[in-house]
Design a protein around this ligand. Structure first.
Ligand SMILES: NC(=O)c1ccc[n+]([C@@H]2O[C@H](COP(=O)([O-])OP(=O)(O)OC[C@H]3O[C@@H](n4cnc5c(N)ncnc54)[C@H](O)[C@@H]3O)[C@@H](O)[C@H]2O)c1
Ligand SMILES: [Zn+2]
Length: 693
C-alpha cells in the first residue's frame, strides 16, 4: 500500500446538482455516490436512509416517513424505487411489541404493516438500524478499512485509538431489531458521537443533512485509510512473500487449464461459470507466508462470506495441480458437510451446495465459480474485499473471522432462505458457456442473442475485428457485460483457434456449446474455379469446422459434463447446386463431419447436430456481396427481387430469417434436444431437394 493522498476518498458532492432535488432525491444521490466506490462499500452491501416529512394520503397531515434501502439491490445503481418507505411513528410502536432477541424474527413481518403509500418494495432486516437512530440521515457502509479495524481481536481499543469519542463501538450482533435498539441506546448516551463501528461488520454514520452525512462517512473512512497507511508502512503484508507470482502469460494459461478441471468436479448438479482474478492484491495474498493460516480463519463480514462461503479452498501449487484437484475438492465438501452438521438447528434449511466458491492458487491467482458470471465475478470481488480486510487487520493485530456458529446462523437464517426461495427460476441455459464462430455475422449474431437470452454466456469469435467489437458491444448492452465476450479469430488457423478456446476457458471456466457457423460463399462453374477459391472454401468451411470442433471436444472431455455442437451447414450440403461446387462440397463435408463427431462424442454425452439454412438474406454479409450478384444473375432476376424469388421457391412460401435459424440452434443445444444427435434440421421454408432420408 503506498502512502500517498491518492488513496483518500474525495467528496463528489455537487451542490449545484443537488440544490433542486427533493429530500428523497438527495438520499438517492448520496447513495449512488457512496456506492460508486468499492472502498466505501461492497456490491449490494450497506444501506442508507433519510427521515422525510410527507403528507399522509389519507389525512393530509404531515408525517415522518423513513426512506431506507429495501431488501436486495445495490446503493451504487439503485433508483428511487429501491427504497422502502415506512411510517416512522408506526415503527416506533414496534418497540412495545418486541419480546426480546429470541423473538427478533417475528417483528420482520410487522414491517409490512408500517408501509407508507403502499410501496411494494420489501423491507430489509436492516430497517431498525436506521429507524431508531435519532438522526435524519444514516449511512451503514462496509468499508474495507473500517472492517479491518472491526475484525481485529482488539477492535474496541483500536476504534477508540483511531477515532476517540467521535465514533463508538458495539459488540458483534446479527443485524436486526435488537441491534437497532442497541444503536438507539448508544446514540442517547453519546450525543457527541458521529457514528459507531460494529464489531466484525462495518460502520454506521449519521448527520442532519444528506450532504453532512455523506461527508462524515467519507471523513471517517479516510481516517481509517490514513491510520493503516501509517501503521503498515514498511511492513511486508501477510508475513512476506513465500511463493512469487508466475509470469502473466503462465498464470493465464494455468487458469485456462485449471478452470475446466474444477468445473468437472463441481458441475454434477448445476453448471457453473468461472471468474479469474490475478490482480496485484490477490497475488500478494496467495503468494504470502500466511496464506493458509489466514484463509482458514474465514471471512468476517457476513456480506463477504454469504457470497464466498465461510472459507476458500487453497490449492497446493506443488506437483500436478489438476491431478490433486478431485481429492482437495472432495475434502472441502466433507468439511462443509461437517460444519453444517455441527451447527444446524432443528428447523435449519437443508444443506446447500457444499462445493467451494473461491479457489486460491499460490503464484497464479483467485478463481471463483458460481451459478452465473456476474455472481462469480461479484464473489471474487467480495473475496478481494476480504483480503483487504485481512491485510489491515493482521498487520496491526490478530485478525478474527466470524465465530462458526454465528456464520452458520446467518448463512442458514430462515429469512435468508426465504430470500433465496423468492428468487426467480434460473433460465434454461443459465450456467452454460457457448462459443459461436462467425458470431459477428447475421446467423451467428442471432444465435448468440437467442442463447444469451436463455442465460448462456456467449463468446463471439469472428475474423472481422470491427464487426465483432460492434456486435459484442450491442449484446453487452442488452444482456450485461458479464455475459458476452468477443474475440478475433480466424477459424482456419490452428493456433488462433487454440488461443480462442484457451481465452474462453479463462474467461468463463470452460465450454458447453459450440455453434460452428463462420462462413463464406462463392460461385463459379467448375472450369472457372481457381484452386485458391476451392481451397478457401475447404479451409474455412471444412477445415475450420474441424479445428473448432477438435478444441471443443478437448475441453468437453476435460470437463466431463457432456456438450452440444451445432454446425450451420447449408441446403447445398445435401442438394447439389450448379455453379458452386467448391461451396457445396465443403458444406457436404461439414455435414459428414458432424455425423462422425456425433458417433465419437456419444460416449461422453457430446451431441452433434446440423442446421441447414437456405436463402437467409436479411443481416447476412454473404448476401451483400458478390454472391448476391451471381445468384441474381444465375436466376436472371434483379438483386432486389431475390428475397421474393426465394420465398416463392419454398414450399411454405415464407422468407427465412436469422432468428429462425437461431431458434433451431437453441433447440438443438438445449435440454429439449437431449436425446438428439447426428441429426439435421432444415430451416428453409421447405424444399424438396433437401428432404433428408
Ligand atoms: N445466409 C444464408 O442464406 C445461408 C444459407 C446456407 C448456409 N449459410 C451458412 O450460415 C453461416 C453464416 O452465414 P451468414 O448468412 O450469417 O453470413 P455472414 O457473412 O453474415 O456471417 C458469416 C461470418 O463469418 C465470419 N467469417 C468468415 N470467415 C471467417 C474465418 N475464416 N474465421 C472466422 N470467422 C469468419 C464473417 O466475418 C462473418 O461475420 C455460414 O456458414 C453460411 O455458409 C447461410
Ligand atoms: Zn451490514
Amino acid at each position: 500500500m503506498s502512502d500517498t493522498r491518492a488513496n483518500r476518498l474525495q467528496s463528489l458532492w455537487d451542490e449545484a446538482r443537488a440544490a433542486g432535488m427533493s429530500e428523497p432525491e438527495r438520499l438517492l444521490y448520496r447513495s449512488n455516490l457512496l456506492g460508486s466506490d468499492k472502498r466505501i462499500t461492497n456490491f449490494g452491501g450497506g444501506n442508507t436512509s433519510a427521515k422525510v416529512e410527507e403528507s399522509d394520503p389519507l389525512t393530509g397531515e404531515s408525517v415522518t416517513v423513513l426512506w431506507v434501502k429495501g431488501s436486495g439491490g445495490d446503493i451504487g445503481t439503485m433508483k428511487l424505487d429501491g427504497f422502502a418507505t415506512l411510517y416512522q411513528d408506526k415503527l416506533e410502536r414496534l418497540r412495545a411489541l418486541y419480546r426480546g432477541p429470541a423473538h427478533e424474527d417475528e417483528i420482520v413481518d410487522l414491517y409490512n404493516h408500517c408501509t407508507f403509500r403502499l410501496n411494494p418494495r420489501a423491507t430489509s432486516i436492516d430497517t431498525p438500524l436506521h429507524a431508531f437512530l435519532p438522526y435524519r440521515h444514516v449511512d451503514h457502509m462496509h468499508p474495507d478499512a473500517v472492517i479491518a479495524i472491526a475484525a481485529t481481536a482488539r477492535s474496541r481499543e483500536l476504534t477508540q485509538a483511531v477515532y476517540g469519542d467521535e465514533i463508538g463501538w458495539l459488540p458483534w450482533r446479527r443485524p436486526g431489531f435488537q441491534l437497532g435498539l442497541d444503536l438507539s441506546d448508544f446514540a442517547a448516551r453519546n450525543p457527541q458521537a458521529k457514528g459507531v463501528v460494529l464489531e466484525s461488520h462495518g460502520l454506521f454514520t449519521w448527520g442532519d443533512t444528506a450532504q453532512e452525512c455523506y461527508e462524515t462517512s467519507l471523513r471517517i473512512i479516510n481516517t481509517a485509510i490514513g491510520w493503516f497507511e501509517t501503521q503498515l508502512a514498511g511492513k511486508p503484508a501477510f508475513g512476506g512473500e513465500k511463493r512469487p507470482a508466475r509470469p502473466a502469460q503462465e498464470r493465464s494459461s494455468l487458469a485456462a487449464e485449471l478452470m475446466p478441471a474444477i468445473r468437472a468436479q463441481i458441475g454434477a448438479h448445476e453448471h457453473k461459470v468461472g471468474h479469474f482474478d490475478d490482480s496485484a492484491a490477490v497475488l500478494e495474498f496467495v503468494g504470502s507466508e500466511r496464506l493458509e493460516e489466514l484463509a482458514a480463519l474465514g471471512t468476517s463480514c457476513p456480506d463477504h462470506f454469504l457470497r464466498t462461503k465461510i472459507r476458500p479452498l487453497v490449492l497446493s501449487p506443488d506437483g500436478d495441480m489438476t491431478a490433486s484437484l478431485p481429492a482437495a475438492i472432495e475434502a472441502y465438501r466433507a468439511d462443509y458437510a461437517a460444519y453444517y452438521e455441527r451447527c444446524r438447528h432443528a428447523d435449519s434449511p437443508a444443506m446447500r451446495d457444499p462445493n467451494p466458491v473461491i479457489y486460491l492458487v499460490p503464484g497464479v491467482g483467485l478463481i471463483a465459480f458460481a451459478k452465473d458470471k456476474a455472481t462469480a465475478r461479484i464473489a471474487s470481488e467480495f473475496y478481494v474485499n476480504a483480503i483487504n480486510v485481512m491485510r489491515g487487520a493482521s498487520g496491526v493485530d490478530t485478525y478474527r473471522g466470524l465465530p462458526e456458529q454465528e456464520a452458520f446462523d446467518i448463512e442458514y437464517w430462515l429469512l435468508e432462505e426465504a430470500k433465496l426461495q423468492r428468487m426467480p427460476k434460473p433460465k434454461s441455459l443459465a450456467g452454460r458457456i457457448a462459443f459461436i464462430t462467425g458470431g459477428a455475422g447475421g446467423i451467428g449474431r442471432a444465435s448468440a442473442e437467442r442463447l444469451a437470452g436463455e442465460g448462456a454466456c456467449v463468446v463471439l469469435a469472428d475474423i472481422d475485428a470491427q464487426a465483432v467489437e460492434a456486435a459484442t458491444a450491442e449484446l453487452a448492452a442488452r444482456f450485461g457485460a458479464d455475459q458476452v465476450r468477443g474475440l478475433t479469430c480466424d477459424v482456419t488457423s490452428e493456433e488462433a483457434v487454440a488461443d480462442a478456446f484457451r481465452a474462453t476457458a479463462q474467461a468463463y471456466g470452460g465450454l458447453d456449446i459450440l455453434v460452428s457457423n463462420a462462413g463464406i460463399a462463392s460461385a463459379a462453374r467448375v472450369e472457372d474455379t481457381t484452386l485458391a477459391v476451392w481451397n478457401r472454401n475447404i479451409d474455412i468451411l471444412a477445415t475450420g469446422y474441424f479445428l473448432v470442433s477438435r478444441e471443443a471436444f478437448r475441453l468437453f472431455r476435460r470437463q466431463a459434463l457432456g456438450g452440444a455442437v451445432v454446425f450451420i451447414a447449408s441446403k447445398n450440403g445435401l442438394a447439389a447446386s450448379p455453379g458452386a461446387s467448391a461451396y457445396c462440397t465443403a458444406k457436404a463435408a461439414e455435414i459428414h463431419l458432424a455425423r462422425c463427431l456425433a458417433l465419437e462424442g456419444a460416449d461422453a454425452g457430446i451431441r452433434v447436430n446440423t442446421v441447414n439454412p437456405d436463402a437467409v438474406l436479411r443481416g447476412s454479409k454473404i448476401w451483400s456481396g458478390e454472391w448476391r450478384e451471381q445468384r441474381a444473375a444465375s436466376s436472371r432476376i434483379g438483386e432486389d427481387e431475390l428475397e421474393e424469388h426465394y420465398r416463392m421457391r419454398s414450399l411454405l412460401k415464407r422468407s427465412v430469417y436469422p432468428e429462425d435459424i437461431a431458434e433451431a440452434v437453441y433447440f438443438l443445444v438445449s435440454d429439449y434436444a437431449a436425446k438428439s444427435t447426428g441429426n439435421i434440421i432444415n430451416v428453409d421454408a421447405g424444399n424438396q431437394i433437401s428432404f433428408t432420408r
